[in-house]
Design a binder for this molecule. Structure first.
Ligand code: AFP
Length: 363
């Protein structure tokens, strides 16, 4: 299709809104503000070292609430998200990976009907080595009492199950910048035209293939995995000669947005499961601004997202920066992993020293 015939994100959103004649327009306006934030971050990422974007915030030693080192671009991206979205009267508050507590909309701005939650730059430990990174966002409804100024915003206002999300999406800053969005009516991908500065619809109704022969997991954690995950990965590695009867390929970018994007386009399964590495961290990824938005996208694209045991979107959050085991991607593979979590009978085979790698019963 010629470039000029492709709808812009604005046109797409206006056409979507026609399905809801009573809608206020705040949601569309907020999504466009988020898209503007992503454009500004894409520009910063693209300039890289030319604009002094690489390296740690404040020369190192600066950590976020997760105890993770903050990169310069983490902080810049967070500031861009806030500056771009808080002024317009579309939101009542913001929560971010980079902020300990939620940020209410400053008094000088009107409050809107939504809460915005985001990871401003996922995969930022890859930024200095020029690997794809991204931004992830989730839009929730704000409680009426907060919108009407009857009470202040609290962290608890953000503790909504993923199924309550109104919209979610991510931008991936790769060889091209793309924005992938769901407002609960399928998943659609927009490519940034760098000359026009416009997102154009290039991928309508994205769907995740139900089957796959590709998986993604950080295998250096294998000794900490629970047995259902070890069983699944062992079976993938056994390939044609094992229980699955087919060979699998493996990918690990260590940038979840980039992995999600690959899986959305060609299938696959991503696992950052709950493990025993650190009893204080049940999983590495965060429920509200990583697992839930990616989960909403996967489910809307016909894929599946789970903690390994239960559907992600049904989990009731208990804290703002809660971590959780995350498995998502091609539906049949995620269902298989969920099934392995319900089949304790299968686990002893993995756990038995007799069947351990390089033991009597394994070659
Ligand atoms: P950063 O934003 O700190 O780079 O973390 C990104 C991330 O949470 C997620 O995108 C990756 O899947 C994961 O970390 C990879 O990290 P490890 O493989 O090093 O555990």
């Amino acid at each position: 299709m010629p470039l000029s015939n492709r709808p812009t994100l604005t046109q797409f959103l206006i056409e979507e809104r026609r399905r809801f004649p009573t809608a206020s327009g705040q949601l569309n306006a907020l999504i466009l503000d988020v898209a503007n934030a992503c454009k500004a971050i894409a520009k910063s990422v693209a300039y890289g070292e030319l604009a002094g974007m690489y390296g740690s915030h404040e020369g190192g030693g600066s950590v976020n609430v997760q105890g993770e080192e903050q990169k310069k671009l983490d902080v810049i991206s967070n500031d861009i998200f806030i500056a771009t979205t808080q002024w317009a009267g579309n939101i009542a508050g913001i929560a971010s990976e980079e902020m300990d507590v939620p940020l209410p909309v400053p008094q000088q701005y009107p409050k809107g009907n939504y809460l915005l939650v985001f990871d401003p730059l996922d995969g930022s430990s890859n930024i200095d080595v020029n690997v794809s990174v991204g931004s992830i966002f989730s839009i929730l409804r704000a409680p009426d009492a907060v919108v009407c100024d009857e009470r202040p915003l609290t962290s608890d206002d953000f503790l909504q199950a993923g199924a309550e999300q109104i919209a979610a999406g991510y931008a991936v800053y790769g060889p091209v910048t793309m924005l992938v969005l769901t407002v609960g009516n399928g998943v659609h991908g927009f490519t940034l035209d760098p000359m026009l500065g416009e997102f154009k619809l290039t991928h309508r109704d994205m769907t995740v293939p139900e089957d796959t022969q590709e998986f993604a997991i950080n295998a250096s954690n294998s000794r900490f995995w629970e047995s259902p995950i070890r069983r699944y990965v062992d079976e993938c590695l056994a390939g044609k000669t094992g229980a699955r009867g087919k060979d699998f390929n493996m990918r690990w970018i260590a940038s979840m947005v980039a992995e999600a994007h690959r899986i959305l386009l060609r299938g696959g399964v991503f696992m950052y499961p709950r493990d025993t590495k650190d009893p204080n961290k049940p999983g590495r990824l965060r429920l509200l601004y990583e697992a839930n938005p990616i989960g909403f996208i996967m489910e809307q694209a016909g894929g599946r997202c789970s903690t390994g045991s239960v559907p992600m979107l049904q989990v009731q959050p208990t804290s703002l920066h809660q971590r959780i085991g995350l498995v998502f991607g091609s539906r049949h593979e995620v269902e298989r992993i969920e099934r392995y979590h319900t089949e304790p009978a299968a686990a002893p085979i993995d756990d038995s020293p007799l069947f351990a790698p390089r033991s009597l019963f394994r070659d």
